[in-house]
Every structure is written in structure tokens, then in C-alpha cells.
Write a protein that binds this ligand. Structure first.
Ligand SMILES: *Cc1c(COP(=O)(O)O)cnc(C)c1O
Length: 403
């Protein structure tokens, strides 16, 4: 599970060097290459930068992705600087006029427009900047029949949503788009939808087919010959309870190849975040103390959910591996080493809140003060979604291993 490069560093760092995020870039490179190889050649792969925008991560992905999906003015600037020249698709709700102007100045390649007002703001900004061709994908809440996913309870398209446009609103947008009525700067290049996260490959394929069919009908109904792109979003599932059960990219790639055959002349595009980078990162720390309360065992770790908020937001146990420290950190204190054996233990951090739990009542053979704990699946939605400044503990170290 833990790669040997990460294991070595995790045990070599001193206690005061911890906690630390350790990223295995060769592992990320191998994973991204495998994902790319499983996909049909014509399918475009964008990486959703919000999952982990660290520059070494963005740069490691660069040879394997077509471009990056960015969701704020900050991400536009950041990703442009980290991977100059890579195509950007600018999505996300509530884009300000200032962000749109700046994105136009930076030559952002695609705009995923989320509302009628945003479309008007973008058109105005493009006219002011005398830019005569801006490529737009409308983000649509494509309606899905409730049986299309075998009744899976998910926040799906067709439900009320702050994101994207309902189908009726799409109709109202068409007159603002060139090729569909207007002679303005905005060109309708395609449809974008990001309807759900955490789907397995068969469910993702069902959703992708529904989006592509919807786009085809729209284009046929209105004679939109330039509508050649369909972005079916991200949300490829990862399983925190079973880190080894990976999204079936091979099956997904086959299904997307079939879908492409049914939609000749259209470019299919996906924009996963989590499923690309989650496995390449570890949050490594040490056990400071072990104690019992009310008959239950608690291990207090250096750090906590202010560094890795993932288990608190997703209400799961973050998967981890214990790295026993026997030789290098031999217990030298003149009292017994706090420890638990063959007993469920709750791993908590240093915050003064009962929510600072990383894993709850997990069974470990043995855990002692001074042992290291390496939390896996910390490469996406981990550091960058966390409330770093709460309680003013030191920041973790960051190590991007690349050999
Ligand atoms: C967050 C997001 C993604 C990536 O989702 P993952 O679950 O990380 O794959 C892709 N597209 C949009 C529009 C998003 O908001």
C-alpha cells in the first residue's frame, strides 16, 4: 500500500519535521499514464485543478492530460503560471466580471458558462476587449431518468441546483450565441455537465451517454453545427474504505470508445480530479499520546483535521498504515510507553474540538506513542480544503518525491 519511497522518508523525518505531506510523483505519473492509456485516443482528459493544485502535481500530470479545468480567477492565474501553455477550461459558479475579463486577457481556451447573466457578462467583456471569438460550453443540468442509475440516491441532474443551466434556460441563451442567432463574440462549442461524484464506471457511462444524447438533440433541434464538444464532467469514484478498489478505467475507456462511435464528429471530454491525484499523497505524522476515556482508547496525533479535513468533511475513517518505530525512536523516557494492543482506537488530532477525528474505533494490532501513522489517499481534497490557521499549530512539511 504505502510506496517504499514514502515509507523511507516517513520513518527518516524527525518528530519535529512532522506532520508532513509526502507526494509520490513517480506513482502519480504511472497512474496518470495508465488512466490515459485506458481511454480512447480521441477522448480529451482535463484535470480538475481544485482537487490538488500544487504546482509539482500539475506539472507531473501535464504530459498525460489535454488541459486543466479551473474554477476561480485564482485557479486561472495559478494554473497558467504553473503549466504555461496548457489549455484551460474555466468553470464554476459566480464568476465575477473582473475574473472573466482577466481570463479573456490570459487567453483562457474554454468558458463553462453557468447562467444567462454570466453569458451576458462574458459577451460584454469580450466586446470591450475586442475579442471576436470566445469558445463557450453551456453547463447544463441534463435531466436523467430516475431509473438511469438503478435508483442510486445521488445529487443528480434534473434536481434544483445552484450550478449550471436548466434546459429551459439553455433555450433562452441560444440567441446570445453566434451560430445560434447572434453575431456577437461568443461561439457555442459544446455542452458541459458535471452531475454527480463518486460514481463507478457503469454509472459514469450511463451519465455520459445521457449527456451526449442531450447535446445531440439540442444541436439537431437548432441546427447547431459548431456544437462539437461534450464535456461529461468528473466525479469518478474512489473508495476510502477500500483503497485498493480503484475506478475501472479499462471498462470506462471501452464504454467511452463505444459512445464516441455513436457520436461521430463530436469530441468527448472528461475532467476528473479526485480519481487522478488522491492516491499519490500521504499525510504522515506521529503518535504523541495514547490514553483511555470511558473505556475507549484514543491516540492523539501531531497535526489533525486542520491539515487534512477530508475525514471530517466526508465523515469517513481516513485509511492509514502504522509505521512502528522501534530502532530509531527507542523509548527513552523513564516511564512506560503509552500503547494500545488488539483494541479499537480512535485517532484524533491536536484541535480542541470533538470533530478533530481522523479515524474512529479502528482495530490495530499495536499502536504506541512515538509510532508513525501514514494516512493514505491524501493527494486530493486534503491540505487545500483544510482550515489551516485554526489553533495556530505549525504547518506540515511538504515533500514531492521524484526520483
Ligand atoms: C469538482 C469538479 C470536478 C472534479 O470532480 P472530482 O470528483 O474531483 O472528479 C469536475 N468538474 C466540475 C465542474 C467540478 O466542480
Amino acid at each position: 500500500m504505502i510506496t517504499s519511497a514514502v515509507h523511507t522518508l516517513a520513518t527518516e523525518l524527525t518528530g519535529d519535521d512532522l506532520p508532513a505531506y509526502v507526494y509520490d510523483l513517480p506513482a502519480l505519473r504511472a497512474h496518470a499514464r495508465a488512466v490515459r492509456d485506458a481511454l480512447p485516443p480521441g477522448l480529451e482528459l482535463y484535470y480538475a485543478a481544485k482537487a490538488n493544485p500544487a504546482p509539482p502535481v500539475l506539472r507531473t500530470l501535464a504530459p498525460h492530460v489535454t488541459g486543466y479545468e479551473v474554477a476561480s480567477g485564482g485557479e486561472v492565474e495559478h494554473v497558467r503560471a504553473a503549466v504555461p501553455g496548457a489549455p484551460l477550461a474555466f468553470g464554476g459558479p459566480g464568476k465575477t466580471e473582473g475574473e472573466l475579463r482577466r481570463a479573456l486577457t490570459l487567453g483562457v481556451e474554454r468558458f463553462h458558462v453557468e447562467s444567462e447573466q454570466e453569458l451576458r457578462l462574458l459577451a460584454g467583456a469580450a466586446e470591450d476587449a475586442r475579442i471576436d471569438a470566445v469558445d463557450v460550453l453551456l453547463r447544463v443540468n441534463v435531466p436523467l431518468a430516475s431509473d438511469e442509475l438503478g435508483g442510486a440516491a445521488l445529487a443528480m441532474g434534473g434536481r434544483p441546483s445552484p450550478f449550471g443551466l436548466d434546459p429551459e434556460a439553455v433555450q433562452r441563451c441560444l440567441p446570445l450565441l453566434s451560430g445560434a442567432g447572434s453575431h456577437g463574440p461568443l461561439r457555442l462549442r459544446g455542452i458541459h455537465a458535471h452531475l454527480a461524484s463518486g460514481l463507478d464506471a457503469p454509472a459514469q457511462l450511463t451519465v455520459a451517454a445521457a449527456i451526449a444524447d442531450w447535446a445531440r438533440k439540442l444541436s439537431e433541434r437548432h441546427g447547431l453545427d459548431d456544437l462539437t464538444e461534450v464535456n461529461v464532467g468528473g466525479g469518478m469514484g474512489v473508495d476510502y474504505a477500500h483503497p485498493d478498489r480503484r475506478f475501472d478505467w479499462a471498462a470506462y475507456g471501452k464504454g467511452m470508445a463505444d459512445l464516441a462511435l455513436r457520436h461521430p464528429g463530436r469530441t468527448l471530454r472528461i475532467e476528473p480530479g479526485r480519481a487522478l491525484t488522491v492516491y499519490c499523497g500521504w499525510y504522515v505524522t506521529e503518535v504523541l499520546d495514547i490514553k483511555h476515556s470511558g473505556g475507549e482508547a484514543f491516540a492523539v496525533l501531531r497535526g489533525g483535521t486542520h491539515h487534512i479535513r477530508t475525514p471530517a468533511t466526508k465523515q469517513h475513517d481516513q485509511p492509514f498504515q502504522v509505521l512502528p518505530m522501534d530502532t530509531t525512536a527507542t523509548w527513552t523516557r523513564p516511564w512506560a510507553r503509552p500503547a494500545v494492543r488488539e483494541e479499537p482506537v480512535t485517532l484524533v488530532g491536536q484541535l480542541c474540538t470533538p470533530k478533530d477525528v481522523l479515524a474512529r474505533r479502528v482495530q490495530v494490532p499495536e499502536l504506541r506513542a512515538g509510532d508513525r501513522v501514514a494516512f493514505a489517499m491524501a493527494g486530493a481534497y486534503a491540505w487545500n480544503i483544510s482550515h489551516h490557521d485554526f489553533l495556530m499549530h505549525p504547518r506540515p512539511g511538504f515533500h514531492y518525491l521524484d526520483t
